[in-house]
Design a protein around this ligand. Structure first.
Ligand code: NAD
Length: 307
């Protein structure tokens, strides 16, 4: 049942993440107007109370808040500039992009929207599909602070840690720094496990020891067991991390910052994808080390690529 006191929210992009986030809004009583280029993606949320819209324009018309959760920068630019956010959202509306995209493109869109009286917040998330399902995402928000205060109660329906981190693009910047740390940390864990295995130590015991000391990390704790077991099953996908690392390098180029660690690990993600690992989880980076050290990389079958 929708609550008429709550603002109308448009939600565009109902994939792995967006579907769960939109479902929370519908459960909380928000009137949620839905659009995705895949109508089957919309079905699951409509079944739980969302309102199907046939276009972006129809979804955002009359919405006080519009949210996008799309694959990458070009899709968000299309939705804003071509498909209807810019021309159909009312003055005073807040457009919140929760995808992970380019900070520079975000600032350009925020400026264009501001000219029409629409405020854009960039609010990428950390926590993955499980965080989305449990409404436990960490959300880092860039943009106007008063718009952030207005939108906060909507964000609180989807996440637990919600931080305003600066002006337009700051949320994306923090998210990309987060991804850089994650990727290099995964690489470090894979590298240590490759050396440990080649030297014949018990990897499970080694992980326990490392977790008790200064080498401990979220990646070692959460992904280490799958790496040791040779399990590449999907979580946060190799393809998505590669997309994010390319955004990091783009931002580094724009700011004239050398990032040798990111450059190296990006090449390893490219190698992993070239070997059919794009739809596998990030821990599948261990297979790069399998290949480089002549270990049997076929011990667990590579998952089939998703369309
Ligand atoms: P996804 O591919 O599962 O979903 C994207 C959805 O957008 C799809 O349903 C697709 O049909 C739709 N779409 C694409 N172009 C569209 C357009 N022009 N108009 C309307 N709909 C369109 O992706 P996801 O895993 O949900 O990720 C979404 C974003 O969240 C990405 O930027 C990703 O980097 C970020 N993210 C993902 C995870 C994760 O673990 N999956 C974690 C954190 C952040």
């Amino acid at each position: 049942m929708t609550n008429e006191k709550l603002p109308v929210v448009a939600f565009i992009g109902l994939g792995v993440m967006g579907r769960e986030m939109a479902l929370h809004l519908a459960h909380a009583g928000y009137p949620v107007r839905l659009f995705d280029i895949s109508s089957t993606a919309v079905d699951a949320v409509v079944a739980k109370g969302g309102i199907r819209c046939e276009t972006v324009a129809a979804a955002v018309r009359g919405a006080e808040i519009a949210i996008s959760m799309l694959p990458n920068t070009p899709q968000v630019e299309d939705v804003v500039n071509r498909d209807g956010v810019l021309d159909n959202m009312e003055r005073g509306g807040v457009f919140i992009d929760m995808s992970t995209i380019s900070p520079e493109a975000t600032r350009t869109m925020a400026a264009a929207l501001a000219e029409r009286g629409i405020t854009m917040l960039d609010a990428p998330v950390s926590g993955g599909p499980i965080g989305a399902k449990n409404a436990a995402l960490s959300i880092m928000v860039g943009g106007d602070r008063s718009a952030f205060e207005r939108a906060k109660s909507v964000l609180e329906v989807m996440g637990t840690t919600i931080s305003h981190v600066g002006g337009p693009g700051a949320g994306q910047t923090v998210k990309l720094c987060n991804q850089l740390v994650c990727a290099i940390n995964i690489q470090a864990v894979c590298e240590a496990l490759a050396l440990g295995r080649a030297s014949g130590v018990d990897l499970a015991q080694m992980r326990d020891v490392l977790l008790g000391g200064s080498a401990s990390s979220w990646m070692l704790e959460k992904l280490g067991p799958a790496m040791i077991a040779g399990d590449a099953a999907a979580g946060f996908r190799i393809d998505l991390m590669l997309k994010d690392l390319r955004l990091v390098l783009e931002m580094a180029g724009q700011n004239d910052v050398a990032l040798p660690g990111t450059s190296l690990v990006t090449s390893q993600y490219v190698e992993a994808r070239a070997h059919g690992e794009g739809s596998n989880g990030n821990q599948a980076l261990f297979r790069v080390y399998d290949r480089m050290t002549g270990q049997d990389a076929s011990r667990v079958p590579v998952m089939e690529k998703q369309p």
